[in-house]
Design a protein around this ligand. Structure first.
Ligand SMILES: C[C@@H]1N[C@@H](c2cn(-c3ccccc3)nn2)[C@H](O)[C@@H]1O
Length: 446
Protein backbone atom coordinates (compact mmCIF):
# COMPACT_ATOMS: atom_id res chain seq x y z
CA UNK A 1 0.00 0.00 0.00
CA UNK A 2 1.02 3.65 -0.33
CA UNK A 3 3.78 5.10 1.83
CA UNK A 4 2.95 8.44 3.41
CA UNK A 5 5.22 10.86 1.52
CA UNK A 6 5.65 14.59 2.15
CA UNK A 7 8.16 15.27 -0.66
CA UNK A 8 7.11 12.77 -3.28
CA UNK A 9 5.05 13.48 -6.37
CA UNK A 10 2.32 16.09 -5.85
CA UNK A 11 0.37 15.05 -8.92
CA UNK A 12 -0.26 11.78 -10.71
CA UNK A 13 -0.93 11.36 -14.44
CA UNK A 14 -0.43 13.79 -17.28
CA UNK A 15 -0.84 17.52 -16.59
CA UNK A 16 -4.13 18.56 -18.26
CA UNK A 17 -3.43 22.29 -18.70
CA UNK A 18 -2.88 24.16 -21.99
CA UNK A 19 0.86 24.78 -21.41
CA UNK A 20 1.49 21.05 -21.04
CA UNK A 21 -0.80 20.17 -23.95
CA UNK A 22 1.33 22.46 -26.13
CA UNK A 23 4.50 20.79 -24.83
CA UNK A 24 3.01 17.35 -25.54
CA UNK A 25 2.47 18.30 -29.16
CA UNK A 26 5.95 19.70 -29.90
CA UNK A 27 7.20 16.44 -31.48
CA UNK A 28 10.68 17.73 -32.36
CA UNK A 29 13.05 19.91 -30.32
CA UNK A 30 16.61 21.24 -30.35
CA UNK A 31 19.09 21.01 -27.48
CA UNK A 32 21.93 23.56 -27.39
CA UNK A 33 25.04 22.74 -25.34
CA UNK A 34 27.33 25.76 -25.38
CA UNK A 35 29.86 27.18 -22.96
CA UNK A 36 33.58 27.41 -22.23
CA UNK A 37 34.01 23.68 -23.04
CA UNK A 38 33.35 24.55 -26.72
CA UNK A 39 36.70 26.39 -26.81
CA UNK A 40 38.97 23.33 -26.24
CA UNK A 41 36.41 21.13 -28.07
CA UNK A 42 37.56 17.90 -26.47
CA UNK A 43 41.28 18.47 -27.01
CA UNK A 44 44.05 20.11 -25.01
CA UNK A 45 47.74 20.57 -25.81
CA UNK A 46 47.39 18.12 -28.69
CA UNK A 47 45.88 15.46 -26.45
CA UNK A 48 42.37 14.13 -26.99
CA UNK A 49 39.91 13.84 -24.10
CA UNK A 50 38.01 10.59 -24.61
CA UNK A 51 34.93 11.58 -22.58
CA UNK A 52 32.11 13.93 -23.50
CA UNK A 53 33.65 17.28 -24.49
CA UNK A 54 31.56 19.28 -21.99
CA UNK A 55 33.14 17.18 -19.19
CA UNK A 56 36.71 18.03 -20.18
CA UNK A 57 37.23 19.92 -16.89
CA UNK A 58 36.94 16.57 -15.07
CA UNK A 59 39.89 15.19 -17.09
CA UNK A 60 43.35 15.28 -15.51
CA UNK A 61 44.72 16.26 -18.94
CA UNK A 62 43.77 19.88 -18.33
CA UNK A 63 44.50 21.62 -15.00
CA UNK A 64 41.32 22.86 -13.35
CA UNK A 65 42.64 26.42 -13.04
CA UNK A 66 43.59 26.38 -16.73
CA UNK A 67 40.08 25.30 -17.64
CA UNK A 68 38.54 27.93 -15.35
CA UNK A 69 40.65 30.65 -17.00
CA UNK A 70 38.92 29.88 -20.30
CA UNK A 71 36.48 32.61 -19.22
CA UNK A 72 39.15 35.07 -20.44
CA UNK A 73 39.03 33.45 -23.87
CA UNK A 74 35.24 33.56 -24.28
CA UNK A 75 34.72 35.92 -27.20
CA UNK A 76 32.38 34.19 -29.72
CA UNK A 77 32.74 36.65 -32.60
CA UNK A 78 30.55 34.46 -34.85
CA UNK A 79 27.71 34.10 -32.35
CA UNK A 80 24.40 34.98 -34.05
CA UNK A 81 21.28 34.16 -32.02
CA UNK A 82 19.00 34.81 -35.00
CA UNK A 83 21.02 32.38 -37.14
CA UNK A 84 20.71 29.66 -34.46
CA UNK A 85 16.95 30.23 -34.26
CA UNK A 86 16.70 30.17 -38.07
CA UNK A 87 18.47 26.78 -38.14
CA UNK A 88 16.04 25.41 -35.56
CA UNK A 89 13.12 26.83 -37.57
CA UNK A 90 14.46 25.27 -40.77
CA UNK A 91 14.73 21.90 -39.00
CA UNK A 92 11.14 22.13 -37.79
CA UNK A 93 11.95 22.24 -34.05
CA UNK A 94 9.06 23.53 -31.93
CA UNK A 95 11.11 23.99 -28.73
CA UNK A 96 14.71 24.53 -27.72
CA UNK A 97 16.51 23.64 -24.48
CA UNK A 98 19.53 25.91 -23.94
CA UNK A 99 22.32 25.46 -21.37
CA UNK A 100 22.31 28.55 -19.15
CA UNK A 101 24.93 26.95 -16.84
CA UNK A 102 26.51 23.52 -17.29
CA UNK A 103 28.42 21.56 -14.64
CA UNK A 104 31.45 23.87 -14.94
CA UNK A 105 29.42 26.72 -13.42
CA UNK A 106 30.03 29.23 -16.22
CA UNK A 107 26.89 31.32 -16.64
CA UNK A 108 25.81 32.39 -20.13
CA UNK A 109 23.79 35.16 -18.48
CA UNK A 110 25.19 38.03 -16.31
CA UNK A 111 24.17 36.49 -12.97
CA UNK A 112 24.64 38.79 -10.01
CA UNK A 113 25.33 35.81 -7.70
CA UNK A 114 28.71 34.85 -9.12
CA UNK A 115 31.58 36.45 -11.06
CA UNK A 116 31.91 33.38 -13.26
CA UNK A 117 29.69 34.71 -16.03
CA UNK A 118 29.80 36.17 -19.53
CA UNK A 119 29.87 39.64 -17.91
CA UNK A 120 33.47 39.00 -16.87
CA UNK A 121 34.56 37.59 -20.25
CA UNK A 122 35.87 39.57 -23.24
CA UNK A 123 32.37 39.12 -24.73
CA UNK A 124 30.77 40.88 -21.74
CA UNK A 125 27.21 40.64 -23.08
CA UNK A 126 24.29 38.41 -22.06
CA UNK A 127 24.00 35.36 -24.36
CA UNK A 128 20.71 34.03 -23.01
CA UNK A 129 18.64 37.15 -23.66
CA UNK A 130 19.35 37.38 -27.43
CA UNK A 131 18.75 33.62 -27.71
CA UNK A 132 15.40 33.76 -25.87
CA UNK A 133 14.34 36.76 -27.98
CA UNK A 134 15.42 35.15 -31.28
CA UNK A 135 13.72 31.82 -30.56
CA UNK A 136 10.56 33.53 -29.27
CA UNK A 137 10.49 35.61 -32.47
CA UNK A 138 10.83 32.40 -34.50
CA UNK A 139 7.86 30.88 -32.62
CA UNK A 140 10.06 28.28 -30.94
CA UNK A 141 9.42 27.86 -27.20
CA UNK A 142 12.45 28.13 -24.89
CA UNK A 143 13.31 25.77 -22.02
CA UNK A 144 16.27 26.74 -19.83
CA UNK A 145 18.77 23.98 -18.97
CA UNK A 146 20.33 24.44 -15.52
CA UNK A 147 22.93 22.21 -13.88
CA UNK A 148 22.57 22.08 -10.09
CA UNK A 149 26.04 20.57 -9.79
CA UNK A 150 28.41 23.53 -10.13
CA UNK A 151 32.12 22.73 -10.11
CA UNK A 152 33.01 26.43 -9.82
CA UNK A 153 31.05 27.27 -6.68
CA UNK A 154 33.06 26.83 -3.45
CA UNK A 155 29.96 25.56 -1.65
CA UNK A 156 29.35 22.63 -4.02
CA UNK A 157 29.76 19.20 -2.39
CA UNK A 158 29.26 15.70 -3.81
CA UNK A 159 28.06 14.53 -0.39
CA UNK A 160 27.47 16.07 3.04
CA UNK A 161 29.83 14.30 5.42
CA UNK A 162 30.84 16.95 7.99
CA UNK A 163 29.33 19.97 9.70
CA UNK A 164 31.59 22.11 7.49
CA UNK A 165 30.10 20.41 4.39
CA UNK A 166 26.64 21.15 5.70
CA UNK A 167 27.38 24.82 6.30
CA UNK A 168 29.02 25.22 2.88
CA UNK A 169 26.14 23.46 1.15
CA UNK A 170 23.56 25.68 2.84
CA UNK A 171 25.22 28.63 1.11
CA UNK A 172 25.22 26.66 -2.16
CA UNK A 173 21.51 25.91 -1.84
CA UNK A 174 20.68 29.62 -1.42
CA UNK A 175 22.93 30.43 -4.39
CA UNK A 176 21.05 27.86 -6.48
CA UNK A 177 17.67 29.26 -5.42
CA UNK A 178 18.84 32.79 -6.16
CA UNK A 179 20.04 31.89 -9.66
CA UNK A 180 16.81 30.07 -10.54
CA UNK A 181 14.64 32.97 -9.40
CA UNK A 182 17.00 35.29 -11.31
CA UNK A 183 16.60 33.22 -14.53
CA UNK A 184 12.79 33.16 -14.34
CA UNK A 185 12.75 36.89 -13.59
CA UNK A 186 15.16 37.87 -16.39
CA UNK A 187 13.60 35.50 -18.98
CA UNK A 188 9.86 35.39 -18.14
CA UNK A 189 8.90 33.85 -21.52
CA UNK A 190 10.80 30.63 -20.74
CA UNK A 191 8.32 27.73 -20.72
CA UNK A 192 10.33 25.35 -18.57
CA UNK A 193 13.47 24.43 -16.68
CA UNK A 194 15.53 21.36 -17.67
CA UNK A 195 17.54 20.29 -14.63
CA UNK A 196 20.72 18.25 -14.74
CA UNK A 197 23.51 17.48 -12.26
CA UNK A 198 21.10 16.35 -9.55
CA UNK A 199 22.26 12.77 -8.98
CA UNK A 200 24.89 13.33 -6.26
CA UNK A 201 24.08 12.47 -2.63
CA UNK A 202 24.45 16.10 -1.51
CA UNK A 203 21.46 17.18 -3.59
CA UNK A 204 19.49 13.93 -3.23
CA UNK A 205 19.48 14.55 0.54
CA UNK A 206 17.74 17.94 0.01
CA UNK A 207 14.25 16.53 -0.60
CA UNK A 208 12.46 19.16 1.51
CA UNK A 209 14.49 22.11 0.21
CA UNK A 210 14.16 21.04 -3.44
CA UNK A 211 10.44 20.36 -3.06
CA UNK A 212 9.83 23.79 -1.54
CA UNK A 213 12.02 25.40 -4.20
CA UNK A 214 10.13 23.65 -7.01
CA UNK A 215 6.84 24.86 -5.54
CA UNK A 216 8.24 28.40 -5.20
CA UNK A 217 9.32 28.37 -8.87
CA UNK A 218 5.90 27.13 -9.96
CA UNK A 219 4.25 29.95 -8.00
CA UNK A 220 6.65 32.49 -9.52
CA UNK A 221 5.99 31.22 -13.05
CA UNK A 222 2.58 29.48 -13.19
CA UNK A 223 2.50 26.79 -15.87
CA UNK A 224 6.25 26.34 -15.94
CA UNK A 225 7.28 22.84 -16.95
CA UNK A 226 9.76 20.96 -14.73
CA UNK A 227 10.76 17.34 -15.40
CA UNK A 228 11.44 14.37 -13.14
CA UNK A 229 15.19 15.00 -12.77
CA UNK A 230 15.02 18.01 -10.42
CA UNK A 231 14.43 16.43 -7.05
CA UNK A 232 14.33 13.21 -5.02
CA UNK A 233 11.72 12.26 -2.42
CA UNK A 234 12.59 12.00 1.30
CA UNK A 235 13.78 8.42 0.77
CA UNK A 236 16.20 9.46 -1.98
CA UNK A 237 14.05 8.10 -4.78
CA UNK A 238 14.55 9.98 -8.07
CA UNK A 239 12.27 10.30 -11.11
CA UNK A 240 9.69 7.98 -9.49
CA UNK A 241 8.90 8.48 -5.81
CA UNK A 242 8.71 5.72 -3.18
CA UNK A 243 5.15 4.99 -4.33
CA UNK A 244 6.27 4.69 -7.95
CA UNK A 245 4.65 7.97 -9.00
CA UNK A 246 6.51 10.25 -11.41
CA UNK A 247 7.97 13.34 -9.71
CA UNK A 248 7.53 16.41 -11.95
CA UNK A 249 5.65 17.04 -15.18
CA UNK A 250 7.34 14.57 -17.54
CA UNK A 251 9.83 11.72 -17.42
CA UNK A 252 13.32 13.06 -17.99
CA UNK A 253 15.22 9.76 -17.97
CA UNK A 254 15.45 9.21 -21.74
CA UNK A 255 18.93 10.58 -22.29
CA UNK A 256 20.65 9.02 -25.32
CA UNK A 257 18.13 6.19 -25.27
CA UNK A 258 14.60 5.57 -26.46
CA UNK A 259 11.73 3.49 -25.04
CA UNK A 260 10.95 0.34 -27.05
CA UNK A 261 7.25 -0.13 -26.28
CA UNK A 262 4.40 1.89 -24.77
CA UNK A 263 4.66 0.07 -21.42
CA UNK A 264 8.14 1.57 -21.01
CA UNK A 265 6.73 5.10 -20.62
CA UNK A 266 4.32 4.29 -17.77
CA UNK A 267 1.55 6.54 -19.15
CA UNK A 268 3.66 9.65 -18.61
CA UNK A 269 4.75 12.51 -20.81
CA UNK A 270 8.42 12.28 -21.74
CA UNK A 271 11.07 13.50 -24.10
CA UNK A 272 14.26 11.88 -25.38
CA UNK A 273 17.39 14.03 -25.58
CA UNK A 274 19.89 12.69 -28.10
CA UNK A 275 23.46 13.38 -29.21
CA UNK A 276 24.44 13.18 -32.88
CA UNK A 277 27.73 11.36 -32.11
CA UNK A 278 27.48 8.50 -29.61
CA UNK A 279 28.10 10.71 -26.54
CA UNK A 280 29.12 14.32 -27.22
CA UNK A 281 26.94 17.24 -26.10
CA UNK A 282 29.40 20.13 -26.16
CA UNK A 283 31.39 20.91 -29.32
CA UNK A 284 33.97 18.21 -30.01
CA UNK A 285 36.52 18.92 -32.75
CA UNK A 286 36.99 15.19 -33.51
CA UNK A 287 33.60 14.35 -35.04
CA UNK A 288 34.39 10.67 -34.61
CA UNK A 289 32.62 7.32 -34.10
CA UNK A 290 29.13 6.75 -35.45
CA UNK A 291 27.52 10.06 -36.46
CA UNK A 292 23.76 9.67 -36.77
CA UNK A 293 22.31 10.43 -40.19
CA UNK A 294 19.20 12.50 -40.85
CA UNK A 295 17.41 9.21 -41.63
CA UNK A 296 18.28 7.83 -38.17
CA UNK A 297 17.30 11.06 -36.42
CA UNK A 298 14.00 11.21 -38.32
CA UNK A 299 13.31 7.60 -37.34
CA UNK A 300 14.04 8.41 -33.67
CA UNK A 301 11.65 11.35 -33.94
CA UNK A 302 8.95 9.11 -35.45
CA UNK A 303 9.52 6.45 -32.79
CA UNK A 304 9.36 9.04 -29.98
CA UNK A 305 6.08 10.56 -31.18
CA UNK A 306 4.64 7.07 -31.85
CA UNK A 307 5.21 6.31 -28.14
CA UNK A 308 3.73 9.59 -26.88
CA UNK A 309 6.95 11.58 -26.44
CA UNK A 310 9.07 14.30 -28.06
CA UNK A 311 12.53 13.97 -29.64
CA UNK A 312 15.21 16.58 -28.86
CA UNK A 313 18.33 16.63 -31.07
CA UNK A 314 21.49 18.16 -29.64
CA UNK A 315 23.62 20.88 -31.24
CA UNK A 316 27.05 21.79 -29.86
CA UNK A 317 28.04 25.17 -31.34
CA UNK A 318 31.74 25.95 -31.77
CA UNK A 319 33.72 28.18 -29.41
CA UNK A 320 33.44 31.05 -31.93
CA UNK A 321 29.63 30.82 -31.81
CA UNK A 322 29.07 29.27 -35.24
CA UNK A 323 27.14 26.02 -35.62
CA UNK A 324 29.33 23.34 -37.24
CA UNK A 325 28.57 22.52 -40.86
CA UNK A 326 27.64 18.89 -40.17
CA UNK A 327 24.86 20.02 -37.81
CA UNK A 328 23.68 22.67 -40.26
CA UNK A 329 23.45 19.95 -42.94
CA UNK A 330 21.43 17.64 -40.64
CA UNK A 331 19.06 20.51 -39.78
CA UNK A 332 18.47 21.08 -43.48
CA UNK A 333 17.90 17.38 -44.32
CA UNK A 334 15.56 16.87 -41.36
CA UNK A 335 13.79 20.13 -42.21
CA UNK A 336 13.28 19.03 -45.83
CA UNK A 337 11.60 15.86 -44.57
CA UNK A 338 9.51 17.76 -42.01
CA UNK A 339 8.30 20.17 -44.72
CA UNK A 340 6.47 17.23 -46.35
CA UNK A 341 5.66 15.05 -43.32
CA UNK A 342 5.40 17.17 -40.16
CA UNK A 343 1.61 16.68 -40.06
CA UNK A 344 2.44 13.16 -38.80
CA UNK A 345 4.68 14.58 -36.03
CA UNK A 346 3.20 17.81 -34.65
CA UNK A 347 0.31 17.45 -32.16
CA UNK A 348 0.33 13.69 -32.61
CA UNK A 349 0.25 10.93 -30.02
CA UNK A 350 0.39 7.16 -29.43
CA UNK A 351 -2.16 5.61 -31.80
CA UNK A 352 -2.98 2.56 -29.60
CA UNK A 353 -2.30 0.22 -32.53
CA UNK A 354 0.02 -2.81 -32.67
CA UNK A 355 3.40 -1.82 -34.06
CA UNK A 356 4.16 -3.32 -37.48
CA UNK A 357 7.52 -4.02 -39.16
CA UNK A 358 7.17 -1.28 -41.78
CA UNK A 359 7.45 1.53 -39.19
CA UNK A 360 5.46 3.63 -36.73
CA UNK A 361 1.85 4.73 -36.19
CA UNK A 362 0.99 8.18 -34.87
CA UNK A 363 -2.45 9.65 -34.32
CA UNK A 364 -3.46 13.31 -34.60
CA UNK A 365 -4.54 14.45 -31.13
CA UNK A 366 -8.28 15.05 -30.98
CA UNK A 367 -9.00 13.38 -34.32
CA UNK A 368 -9.34 9.92 -35.84
CA UNK A 369 -6.57 10.56 -38.36
CA UNK A 370 -3.81 7.93 -38.26
CA UNK A 371 -0.37 8.27 -39.83
CA UNK A 372 1.84 5.37 -40.90
CA UNK A 373 5.46 6.52 -40.93
CA UNK A 374 7.21 4.04 -43.21
CA UNK A 375 10.91 3.25 -42.76
CA UNK A 376 10.90 -0.34 -44.06
CA UNK A 377 8.97 -0.92 -47.30
CA UNK A 378 7.45 -4.44 -47.63
CA UNK A 379 8.59 -6.06 -50.90
CA UNK A 380 4.98 -6.91 -51.78
CA UNK A 381 3.84 -3.30 -51.25
CA UNK A 382 1.24 -4.42 -48.68
CA UNK A 383 1.22 -2.61 -45.33
CA UNK A 384 -0.36 -4.61 -42.48
CA UNK A 385 -2.69 -2.73 -40.15
CA UNK A 386 -4.47 -4.29 -37.17
CA UNK A 387 -7.35 -2.36 -35.63
CA UNK A 388 -9.33 -2.91 -32.46
CA UNK A 389 -12.67 -4.69 -32.96
CA UNK A 390 -15.52 -2.53 -34.29
CA UNK A 391 -13.08 0.04 -35.67
CA UNK A 392 -13.28 0.60 -39.40
CA UNK A 393 -10.68 2.04 -41.74
CA UNK A 394 -11.15 4.29 -44.76
CA UNK A 395 -9.54 6.90 -46.99
CA UNK A 396 -5.97 5.59 -47.09
CA UNK A 397 -3.64 7.83 -49.10
CA UNK A 398 0.00 8.90 -49.25
CA UNK A 399 0.29 12.03 -47.06
CA UNK A 400 2.20 13.75 -49.85
CA UNK A 401 -0.49 12.86 -52.41
CA UNK A 402 -3.95 12.77 -50.79
CA UNK A 403 -5.62 12.32 -54.18
CA UNK A 404 -4.26 8.78 -54.49
CA UNK A 405 -6.84 6.38 -53.00
CA UNK A 406 -4.96 3.33 -51.77
CA UNK A 407 -6.61 -0.10 -51.90
CA UNK A 408 -7.57 -1.46 -48.47
CA UNK A 409 -8.01 -5.23 -48.31
CA UNK A 410 -9.58 -6.80 -45.22
CA UNK A 411 -7.56 -10.00 -44.82
CA UNK A 412 -9.33 -11.17 -41.65
CA UNK A 413 -11.30 -9.71 -38.75
CA UNK A 414 -9.79 -6.31 -37.85
CA UNK A 415 -6.73 -6.88 -40.02
CA UNK A 416 -6.02 -5.16 -43.30
CA UNK A 417 -3.45 -4.70 -46.06
CA UNK A 418 -3.07 -1.21 -47.42
CA UNK A 419 -1.48 -1.45 -50.85
CA UNK A 420 1.05 1.12 -51.95
CA UNK A 421 3.84 0.44 -54.39
CA UNK A 422 6.51 3.06 -53.89
CA UNK A 423 9.68 1.37 -55.24
CA UNK A 424 11.54 4.62 -55.74
CA UNK A 425 11.29 5.65 -52.07
CA UNK A 426 14.70 6.67 -50.70
CA UNK A 427 13.30 8.68 -47.81
CA UNK A 428 10.82 7.65 -45.09
CA UNK A 429 7.29 8.46 -46.21
CA UNK A 430 3.83 8.63 -44.66
CA UNK A 431 0.54 6.92 -45.48
CA UNK A 432 -2.52 8.28 -43.75
CA UNK A 433 -5.98 6.87 -43.13
CA UNK A 434 -9.03 7.57 -41.03
CA UNK A 435 -10.57 5.24 -38.51
CA UNK A 436 -14.26 5.17 -37.67
CA UNK A 437 -16.05 3.27 -34.97
CA UNK A 438 -18.81 2.46 -37.43
CA UNK A 439 -17.45 -0.73 -39.06
CA UNK A 440 -20.06 -0.72 -41.82
CA UNK A 441 -18.21 2.11 -43.55
CA UNK A 442 -15.46 -0.23 -44.77
CA UNK A 443 -14.86 0.31 -48.46
CA UNK A 444 -12.59 -1.85 -50.59
CA UNK A 445 -11.25 0.57 -53.13
CA UNK A 446 -10.74 -1.11 -56.50
C1 LIG B 1 22.14 16.27 -20.94
C2 LIG B 1 23.47 15.65 -20.64
N1 LIG B 1 23.62 15.30 -19.22
C3 LIG B 1 25.04 15.43 -18.88
C4 LIG B 1 25.59 14.17 -18.34
C5 LIG B 1 25.45 13.65 -17.13
N2 LIG B 1 26.20 12.52 -17.12
C6 LIG B 1 26.43 11.63 -16.10
C7 LIG B 1 27.61 10.94 -16.06
C8 LIG B 1 27.86 10.07 -15.04
C9 LIG B 1 26.92 9.86 -14.04
C10 LIG B 1 25.71 10.56 -14.10
C11 LIG B 1 25.47 11.44 -15.12
N3 LIG B 1 26.75 12.35 -18.29
N4 LIG B 1 26.35 13.36 -19.05
C12 LIG B 1 25.74 15.78 -20.18
O1 LIG B 1 26.91 16.53 -19.97
C13 LIG B 1 24.65 16.56 -20.91
O2 LIG B 1 24.49 17.84 -20.35
Amino acid sequence: EKINLVHGAHRDGKRPDEAMKKWRGYGLGQFIHWGLYAIPGGEWNGKTYNGAAEWIRSWDGIPKSTYDSLIYKFNPVNFDAKAWAATAKQMGAKYVTITTKHHDGFCLWPSKYTDYTVANSPWKKDIIKPLVDAYDAAGIDVILYFSVMDWNHPGWRYDIKTEADSIAFEGFKQFTRNQLIELLTLYPTAKGLWFDGTWDKSWVKQAAFADELEQELRKLRPGIIIGSRFRADEYGKRHFDSNGVLIGDYEQGWERKLPEKIADVHGNDWDCVMTVPENQWGYNKAWKGHIKTAFELIEMTAKSVSLGGNFVMNFGPQGDGAIRKEELQLAKEIGDWMKVNSEAIYNCEYAVLDKQDWGYFTKKTGSNKIYMLVFNTPINGKYRVKLPAKMGISMAAPLSNPGVKLKIEEIKANEYFIEFNNPSAKQPFVITFETDTDKKSNQNYE
